[in-house]
Write a protein that binds this ligand. Structure first.
Ligand code: SF4
Length: 475
């Protein structure tokens, strides 16, 4: 039976995966008859919005196979981990989950454990799983997440340990079943991978080089999302500004934005992540002319020191970054700018941190993610000398964080008294009578309202600034 199952499989995708989804569903039925209960699954996602989008696809595939999603990570019949390896603490967090899962094996001794994502593109991590976590049945990477049904078929037809990791990506496969976390907003991949090779970053090694999706497929997906009631899309890429680079006749990113803007039903467009060396004047003008593109730009700085930026291979200087940020602030006065900053990069000195704080004070970010440098095996920076002591890094990290918080708190008040359009996302966690929503500039606001407002865009007058969020009233 097994041989014919794989011999008869179509070669082209996604037909091949729909074939395996169908066959997996039959194999699941057989297994349910043995287990005497309908099978369930649970997906744990670590890391970024790209991973979250991949998990929505894997949730779609498992649901299409007839499985039911449950919130119980340790009791489910299929337990799937989508890993991240951007910093070491992400790896440790995942091993923590595996350890707990193993400790709770009595909860479901028949479970199938599958692991995928960026960490699995690192050979050392795969070896560690094989050696220390033998109960993991299926291991795959970032380039073949759409093959989940095929891998489960391999396991259910006798392969106790399935390992399928690709060194590099193949074709971009469209039309994979997807179950979205939010009915009113959705991430939309516009490209995969990255060509920038910042010296501290593992992404190009685990997600491969840049591949841009066909613009027609992106628009088709946005139209489908709009028909399903989605109001807001987040265009996703490691470096969205290089969308279409190197593809004959492709739209550029600003041109793609203009096409997404035409999709009826989509009322808000966000995008992440931009690279300062590629963010164009054309993009700023397209945002200026748009009433759908949200007033938020995430513009990672990483360091304010030109010397460190060079060592990071970021390919812009402190001055170029400041000039770009000033241009954005003057052309788009209501825009919120957020950023990423790394502290503790090899060779960094107090003067370099002073430069970083100088940029923070000049750009006046609305928010920032600040990280302590984490060496990633295989990246150039991991073998660079000049790491400072933990104490020095901690003290400088606090200096940077303090500057960020001071500036973003001061900047937040500038919207006080405004009436802003807000996408209502949820009930307030602390107070059921309050709704929580997000403004175009990405700031959160809480205001009295009905649960039925979730997914709607409403106007809210901002009545009180609470530092990093607002209180308001619907108008
Ligand atoms: S731009 Fe740099 S930091 Fe961002 S994903 Fe690419 S290599 Fe990593």
């Amino acid at each position: 039976m097994r041989d014919s199952l794989f011999e008869l499989a179509p070669v082209t995708e996604p037909q091949r995966q729909y074939y395996f989804i169908e066959n997996a569903a039959s194999l699941i039925k057989l297994r349910e008859a043995e287990l005497l209960h309908p099978m369930t699954f649970h997906v744990t996602t670590f890391g970024c919005q790209m991973n979250a989008k991949d998990s929505e696809k894997m949730t779609g595939i498992l649901t299409e196979m007839g499985l039911r999603e449950v919130g119980d990570e340790y009791g489910a019949d299929i337990v799937l981990y989508n890993t991240c390896t951007i910093r070491d603490n992400a790896n440790q967090k995942f091993y923590g989950h595996l350890g707990t899962l193993n400790g709770k094996s009595h909860r479901n001794s028949d479970r199938i454990v599958a692991v995928c994502g960026c960490m699995m593109q690192e050979p050392d991590c795969v070896e560690k799983l094989k050696k220390s976590y033998g109960f993991v049945n299926i291991i795959f990477g970032t380039h073949n997440i759409y093959k989940l049904a095929e891998l489960i078929c391999r396991h259910l037809t006798g392969e106790s340990h399935v390992i399928d990791i690709w060194d590099k990506p193949e074709e971009i496969v469209e039309d994979i079943p997807t179950v979205r976390k939010y009915p009113f907003k959705s991430g939309v991949n516009i490209m995969y991978g990255c060509n920038n090779y910042c010296t501290y970053c593992i992404v190009p090694y685990v997600r491969g080089n840049e591949r841009s999706r066909d613009a027609g497929e992106i628009i088709k997906e946005c139209e489908k999302l709009a028909s399903e009631g989605v109001k807001e899309v987040m265009l996703l890429g490691q470096n969205v500004n290089s969308y279409g680079n190197g593809i004959e006749g492709s739209l550029s990113f600003p041109e793609l934005l203009k096409e997404v803007e035409k999709v009826e039903g989509i009322e808000r467009i966000r995008f992440m992540t931009s690279h300062p060396k590629d963010l164009s004047d054309e993009l700023i003008q397209v945002m200026k002319a748009s009433n759908k593109i949200c007033r938020h730009i995430h513009l990672p700085l990483q360091s304010g020191s030109t010397r460190i930026l060079k060592a990071m291979n970021r390919r812009y200087t402190k001055e170029q970054y400041l000039e770009l940020a000033a241009k954005i602030r003057s052309e788009l006065p209501d825009v919120a700018i957020t950023t990423d900053i790394i502290v503790g990069f090899p060779g960094e000195t107090t003067e370099d941190i002073d430069d970083t704080i100088d940029v923070i004070r000049k750009v006046r970010y609305d928010g920032a993610f600040t990280f302590i440098y984490s060496p990633r095996t295989g990246t150039p920076a991991a073998s660079m000398d000049g790491r400072q002591s933990k104490e020095w890094i901690k003290a400088e990290f606090d200096r940077v964080l303090n500057a960020v918080q001071e500036e973003s708190k001061a900047m937040a008040v500038r919207f006080m008294g405004n009436t802003e359009s807000v996408l209502v996302e949820d009930v307030n966690e602390q107070d059921e009578s309050l709704m929580t929503g997000r403004m175009s500039n990405n700031l959160m606001v809480h205001f009295p309202g009905e649960h039925s407002l979730i997914g709607k865009i409403v106007n809210v007058k901002l009545t009180e600034c609470k530092g990093f969020y607002y209180m308001g009233e619907m108008v």
